[in-house]
Write a protein that binds this ligand. Structure first.
Ligand code: AMP
Length: 399
């Protein structure tokens, strides 16, 4: 199957290939023709399925044939639950808007930062990717109108509801014109999603992509038995010894994420934390520096990691085990995505052993537990450091 065969123009099919998309993912095979045909779509799919490009490509192609709406009238609105998802989606629009015969301007808007620059940038914007609260702020400031909206996309609708955005969503729906195309994406179905689906979508094309749980088969899992005090040295030892790059480390609390980063930095590693107490700027930067390879280690909490789009991570380390086995599977699933092999390493204290057995049972996989109590972590470390010291050239958190 090719992107051309789905109805995309040569321009967009080439752009997809140039971005490394050799062939369309299943959700793209189904969603692209439906969206190009102007149909409403209900997509049950998770991050990693390729859902973003499945709506970005046909939306941009459709815009090529339409006159721009009057200034400060948005043609396409994408609602996203979190700033991170909004930024990622906005980036995909921007990537595929390069060199368009008819230029399309996309703006990403989210709360936690000043509204004024966003209001100014709305000038000439056709595609707005926004979190619900900030969108309403912009409407209240009369910075833009939704009266000429052509396409509404609700991305990760289940998460938006879980995060308590129901009222905001209803207020936004009330501002939309009656005739428009509606695309709703959600990782799960349920009563709440059903009620929105019934209210918003007209004869939707339903696309259900089951998450590739079997991806776990491609992931090599290792577990190390380690005392709490030796976790830090073990982490540094593994990263140093194996020259690991692009390591996503999970902790269960914000405090622990910060302290792990502090220790790593103190030992010359390039690491940043990603959690809910970081400012928006720091979170966006951390993700960008991690993706571009300017930092090697990102230390994240579970909440902050949801919806992160970091394709094919080589290594994930569970510095602390999550309470829920579901979160464990979600964390491990950050590696080995889209057919790539990956590695997940878990640190297990003696107190965790029973819980780790429960996790393995839920996951349906046994993971060998290696004792590290006689590993000479401190001895091995300086010798390697002397040979190849990790140098932190610039702290990207300081601008
Ligand atoms: P998403 O589910 O939209 O967050 O996409 C997950 C990842 O898959 C992103 O890194 C995309 O760049 C990538 N991706 C999307 N479609 C394709 C494709 N057809 N071929 C290869 N990679 C893709």
């Amino acid at each position: 199957m090719t992107f051309l065969a789905l109805g995309l123009s040569t321009h967009f099919a080439t752009a997809a290939t140039q971005n490394g998309y050799e062939s369309p993912y299943p959700i793209q095979v189904e969603a692209i023709p439906a969206i190009l045909a102007g149909k409403d779509v209900l997509g049950i799919a998770q991050t990693g399925s390729g859902k973003t490009a499945s709506f970005v490509l046909p939306i941009l192609q459709q815009l090529q044939h339409k006159k721009p709406a009057p200034n400060r009238h948005i043609s396409v609105l994408v609602l996203a639950p979190t700033r991170e998802l909004a930024v990622q989606t906005g980036e995909v629009f921007k990537i595929f808007s390069q060199n368009l015969p008819r230029p399309v301007k996309t703006l990403t808007a989210f709360g936690g930062v000043s509204i004024n620059p966003q209001m100014i940038k709305l000038q000439g914007t056709e595609v707005l990717v926004a979190t619900p609260g900030r969108l309403l702020d912009l409407v209240e400031h009369k910075a833009m109108s939704l009266a000429a909206l052509d396409v509404l996309v609700l991305d990760e609708a289940d998460k938006m509801l879980n995060m308590g955005f129901r009222d905001e969503m209803n207020r936004i729906f009330a501002l939309l014109p009656a005739r428009r195309q509606n695309l709703l994406f959600s990782a799960t179905l349920g009563k709440d999603i059903d009620s929105i689906t019934e209210m918003l979508l007209h004869n939707p094309v339903k696309i259900e992509i089951t998450p590739p749980e079997e991806n776990l088969d491609l992931i090599a899992q290792t577990a190390y038995s380690v005392s709490d005090e030796r976790k830090g040295p073990l982490l540094r030892y593994l990263i140093q010894d194996r020259q690991l790059k692009q390591v996503l480390v999970f902790t269960s609390s914000i405090h622990k994420a910060d302290s792990v980063v502090h220790k790593l930095k103190g030992n010359g590693f390039k690491a940043l934390a990603l959690h809910g107490e970081k400012s928006q700027g720091a979170r966006t930067d951390a993700l960008r520096y991690f993706k571009s390879g300017e930092i090697d280690i990102l230390v994240a909490t579970d909440l902050a990691s949801r919806g992160l789009d970091i394709p094919a991570l080589p290594v994930v380390i569970n510095y602390e085990l999550p309470r829920s086995p579901k979160d464990f599977i979600h964390r491990v699933g950050r590696t080995g995505r889209a057919g790539e092999s990956g590695e997940a390493i878990s640190f297990v204290t003696p107190d965790d052993e029973h819980h780790f057995k429960v996790i393995q049972k839920k996951m349906g996989k046994r993971v060998e537990l290696t004792d590290t109590s006689d590993w000479n972590l401190l001895h091995a470390f300086p010798a390697k450091t002397a040979a190849k010291p990790p140098v932190f050239v610039r702290d990207p958190t300081i601008s």
